[in-house]
Design a protein around this ligand. Structure first.
Ligand SMILES: O=c1ccn([C@@H]2O[C@H](COP(=O)(O)O)[C@@H](O)[C@H]2O)c(=O)[nH]1
Length: 243
């Protein structure tokens, strides 16, 4: 698959895993002008809150709010309602919460959209099996039998049944998910490591170009960019790898 520079940048979601708004802001400024997504996860959101998300949106960034909601359906519905009102482009829940919980998230979204015609519908996705989870951990520690791939595809099918638009999974599972849920069902893949990069706590990994070859829609990349001596250069070389 051939992408131009802008298309390649638009497939990358930079994980802003920082302890405060100032540190995240420094990274955002260092990447100014590159049309990638910004991903706000738990660490930054719990520290900097919705204001930081709003400031990204005001500056025109596409935002993935990665809070991985997993609670009873009524609570997730309320959370999804509040998140939708923030105007984020993508947010997620855990597929392990089940179909009713995921349907409740969609109801929360619909309620928010009905109350404000200016809001755009977010892409709601479900976390399948975390990309840090290995086959051994899944079977022997968590106690789910069978292959990681089967567990991921089952969660993806539940997410589709609940009306969600895609899932978070490893790029290693993209083709199986697309075969089971259709090509329009989005795959958002962390576990991206350029050749030779530190794996950190990720186990089910691929390089950016391998992930693209598998057909991933978006790749989530954190430390290979944020921990680099020159984050802008690190992102530019990932973009180069994709074009
Ligand atoms: O299965 C999952 C779900 C979410 N993540 C998040 O993606 C980034 C990855 O960061 P790296 O530094 O590139 O490892 C991080 O924010 C995770 O919370 C994931 O890795 N795996």
């Amino acid at each position: 698959m051939k992408l131009n520079r802008e298309q390649a940048a638009g497939r990358i979601m930079v994980a802003l895993d920082y302890p405060d708004a100032a540190s995240a802001e420094a990274l955002v400024r260092s990447l100014e002008g590159i049309p990638c997504f910004m991903k706000v996860g738990m660490q930054l959101y719990y520290a900097a809150g919705p204001d930081f998300v709003r400031s990204l949106k005001e500056r025109g960034y596409k935002v993935f709010l990665d809070l991985k909601m997993h609670d009873i359906p009524n609570t997730v519905k309320g959370g999804a309602n509040s998140i939708t009102k923030l105007g984020v482009d993508v947010f997620n829940v855990h597929a392990a919460g089940g179909v009713q919980m995921m349907k409740a998230a969609m109801e929360g979204v619909e309620q928010a959209l009905a109350g404000d015609a200016k809001l755009q519908p977010p892409l709601v996705i479900a976390v399948t099996q975390l990309t840090s989870t290995s086959q051994q951990v899944l079977n022997e520690e968590i106690g789910i039998g069978g292959s990681v791939q089967d567990a991921v595809v089952r969660y993806a099918q539940l997410a589709k049944e609940a009306g969600l638009g895609g899932v978070v999974a490893s790029p290693q599972e993209v083709q199986l998910i697309k075969a089971a849920c259709g090509t329009e069902f989005r795959t958002i893949t962390p576990g991206i490591r350029p050749a030779g990069a530190d794996l950190n706590d990720q186990t089910r990994i691929m390089t950016p170009s391998q992930a693209l070859q598998q057909g991933t829609d978006y790749m989530v990349i954190g430390r290979p960019i944020t921990a680099a001596a020159d984050p802008r250069q690190a992102l530019e070389s990932i973009i180069e790898e994709l074009i």
